[in-house]
Design a protein around this ligand. Sequence first.
Ligand code: CP
Ligand code: NVA
Length: 322
Amino acid sequence: MAHELRHMLRDDDVNHEEQKQILKLAEKFRLNRFYARPFEGPQAVAVIFDKPSTRTRSSFSIGVAELGGYPLVIDKSSSQLGRGEPVADTARVLTRMAYGIVWRTFGQDRVEEMAKYATCPVVNALTDQFHPCQVLADLQTIAMHRGGVDALAGQTIAYVGDAANNMANSYLLGGATAGMNVRVSGPQGYLPDPQIVADAKRIAEANGGSVLVTTDPKEAVADADCVFTDTWVSMGEEAEYAIRSKPFWNYQVNDELMSYAKPDALFQHCLPAYRGKEVTSSVIDGPQSVVWDEAENRLHAQKALLTWLIAWQREDPSLLGE
Ligand code: CP
Ligand code: NVA
């Protein structure tokens, strides 16, 4: 482990083995909340929100504190970022004080700019393009229900709904990195960026997995080990609410669609969920749903990610407990 500044801006910022290392560490944190303590007392991690959040805010706040650090939570409305201060200047200032920067914002270019000027690790806590912290938690959730991290490769995951959003992109890249068979389904006009699909295909092939993008939700879900969906109207798209609901009705995850997956398939949703829209109550509140494990795993997966990034920065593999 050479001294290196690593960031988590998109899911393929880690390779197959590195993702496994983080997920195994996440399992250690799940079994022992205080498994590692990379921070000493007041070392601060800045956690910035340009969009609303419940899970990400609570899991990073509690997670940084449990790692021994101080979570400095900043809202757009109460910071100069919200008044147009350049990202580069914000990075230059925060990086002189904080030991990590976690940021939920709009364009992916903004977290990339932050990482360019930061001398501490930068974590994407959701952009319009990617939500890599969520997918780490989702993979951990499959691992905990399906024989551990080493059992992830070769499993089939299906994401159905708005296939052009951040979750679809992150399942493509994160699932491909895990060596899974990743299927993504949405209506025409709501399919993923071809460049992200090409990246996912290249990564999946290198790791023994595959990628399928289809407008047929049944084809996506057929014999899947885990089915995912997400809101049809992501943060920042509220003005499109009326036009966005219409194309997605065939992509609702309901009992009928779940019947095409394996009989013991898991159901996950990053939350917040809109029952009666992208998922029925019978599915999200039913026996195949593991959404509360998934939400809890945000805490463990992100503590593992921060510990892993700090281990690289300090060139200290002992933090990983290996
Ligand atoms: N899943 C997720 O990121 O939830 P929040 O928007 O509540 O953080
Ligand atoms: N696609 C959703 C995910 C919320 C966690 C959004 O961006 O609003």
